[in-house]
Design a protein around this ligand. Structure first.
Ligand code: FE2
Length: 199
């Protein structure tokens, strides 16, 4: 008997270890302000953000490095070319977290951790999109086929790319300080260069 297993309708989450490819101090040498609710974080939760929504525009080398990863993602998915547009940086202090959210209007989103100080970095937790469509299924234990969450390590140097419609959140981090650069992407052919390249 031959058994066929088909993993249908997967959600691709890609991780890139970029340690050594950039200068952590240079990327985090930014003024931060009280959190501006980017990513639905709670006001007053101790996080902070810097430079509005065009953080990568002033760092073309970093933007190119991240864009190469986006290209690898879209090549893997046979998706049309996507361009990084709006981006922002946050610094999470110890005990802070991000509520469940997704990135409306974007195609795939990125979370890049250029600098993590201290131990106990809480993972990035992505939620299954299938929960809204399934019920009455009880599992005896978790495995890759039935997991409700996918936890990926938020370690220094890691970039995670995922579909923007995937809900995600973080639990309180135990790190002293954790910087994350977040960004969204849009189909390049559908926007004028002016719209994308000034962000
Ligand atoms: Fe996010």
């Amino acid at each position: 008997m031959t058994v066929h297993k088909i993993l249908a309708f997967p959600s691709l989450i890609m991780g890139f270890d970029l340690k050594g490819a950039y200068d952590p101090d240079e990327l985090t040498d930014v003024a931060v302000v009280p959190h501006a609710l980017m990513g639905n974080a709670q006001p007053g939760d101790g996080s902070s953000s810097g430079e509005g929504s065009n953080y990568l525009h002033t760092r073309p080398e970093t933007k190119r490095m991240l864009q190469n990863c986006v290209d690898e993602y879209t090549n893997t998915m046979s998706q049309e070319t996507l361009a990084i547009a709006n981006s922002w940086i946050n610094r999470a202090s110890q005990g802070t977290y991000t509520n469940v959210h997704r990135h409306e209007g974007s195609v795939i989103s990125g979370a890049f951790y250029p600098k993590v100080e201290g131990e106990g970095s809480s993972p990035l937790i992505l939620h299954t999109p299938l929960a809204a469509h399934t019920f009455n299924t009880f599992y005896t234990h978790d495995n890759d086929l039935n997991a409700s969450y996918c936890q990926v390590p938020a370690n220094q140097g890691m970039l995670w790319l995922f579909p923007s419609w995937l809900n995600h959140h973080t639990e309180p981090t135990q790190t002293h300080s954790r910087w994350v650069v977040s960004f969204n992407t849009y189909p390049r052919e559908r926007y004028t260069p002016t719209n994308l390249d000034t962000l």
